[in-house]
Design a protein around this ligand. Structure first.
Ligand code: SAM
Length: 321
């Protein structure tokens, strides 16, 4: 289902990404989450005519809209793939052998959902608009959210809501959702939200300034349906191995679970030991140098113009070995 209304997507932490990725002449850039091409457009504007930009996305609609936005720019190639599968994908291997045999100067991963996905009711990502319970980023494969919920028990659903949504009321919420399913009252995003509100009532006046009680459970189900955290650490390691010496990886995450994985992975690859005890059992190889060790948060100005950017954090690292 293609979005009908024009979507304005504001790329998050754009200036910070531009300031931290280094684009030499004939740059080779890998964008693991092309989305609507917002970052790609700005990065391509800074690249010369000999640059090559590979944009990857698992969402067919995003790829279509990104191509429409970026027109016939021949420096850009768009690849349909999940970044977890990219490293052995024949299309990627062929492109890389032809265009970037020495690796990439810049790799960007802007994780999570896009404005397009959140604002298209038919995609079923948001409790604000009514739509079918889908939530798949790749609409051509995998279980929809409704099918995934139907494959869960009280316990596994509660565990997912707790683990991926950090929701303390995960057990009663899981029971309420599965009860609604058994009683034939679970088909749409509003049905799912209603089931959650039976456990944590939505009181708009009292809850002003608080997030909607459905936010955490929706996030959790979306992460589970798309396996968003399953292979993130491995994918980041694979991305690092594709960098040229001096090349930089920039990762934008949107919630603490994601950011923790990004932070721990980059620190480990920078030779920093975070395990138990004071010293590492063995010396960790230093493959990366961290740029801005604490990560970069959006400015006040960005948060006020683009409130969804509030929770974003950018981490950047440079390959040194
Ligand atoms: C936050 S948006 C990216 C927005 C983009 N930087 C822009 O400026 O338009 C994230 C995109 O990553 C895609 N995505 C999420 N997980 C993915 C994965 N594992 N593999 C490939 N694409 C993924 C989503 O479909 C979505 O389009």
């Amino acid at each position: 289902m293609m979005a009908t209304q024009p979507l304005v997507h504001v790329p998050v932490l754009l200036q910070e990404v531009l300031d931290n990725l280094v684009l030499p002449p004939a740059a080779r850039v890998l964008d693991l989450t092309l989305g609507l091409g917002g970052h790609a457009e700005a990065l391509l504007a800074r690249c010369d005519a000999k640059a090559r930009y590979l944009g990857v996305d698992r969402d067919p609609e995003a790829r279509y809209l990104a191509r429409r936005r970026l027109g016939e720019d021949t420096r850009l190639e768009i690849l349909p793939c999940a970044y977890e599968e990219l490293w052995s994908d024949p299309g990627f291997l062929a492109w890389k052998a032809a265009e970037a045999p020495d690796g990439f100067d810049a790799i960007l991963a802007d994780l999570g959902v896009s404005t397009l996905q959140l604002r298209t009711p038919e995609r079923g990502f948001s409790f604000r608009d009514e739509g079918p319970l889908d939530m798949r980023m790749d609409t051509s494969s995998g279980l929809t959210a409704l099918e995934w919920i139907g494959s869960q028990t009280d316990e596994t659903l509660a565990n997912a809501i707790y683990q991926y949504g950090e929701e303390r009321a995960s057990r009663p919420i899981a029971r309420a959702i599965l009860k609604a399913l058994q009683e034939g009252r679970l088909a749409t995003t509003h049905d799912l939200a209603q089931a959650i509100y039976t456990v944590i009532p939505r009181e708009p006046a009292k809850r002003k300034g608080h997030s909607d009680p459905a936010t955490r459970s929706f996030q959790a189900i979306r992460i589970a349906v798309n396996g968003e955290l399953d292979r993130l650490a491995l994918s980041l390691e694979a991305a690092v191995s594709q960098l040229r010496m001096g090349g930089r990886l920039a990762v934008i995450s949107f919630h603490s679970l994601e950011d923790r994985i990004v932070k721990q992975t980059l620190r480990r690859l920078a030779g920093i030991y975070d395990g138990p005890g004071r010293t590492a059992p063995m010396e960790l190889p230093k493959i990366l140098k961290l740029i801005h060790a604490g990560g970069i948060a959006p400015s006040e100005a960005e948060c006020s113009v683009n409130p969804p950017s509030r929770s974003a954090r950018l981490r950047v690292a440079e390959r040194i070995a």
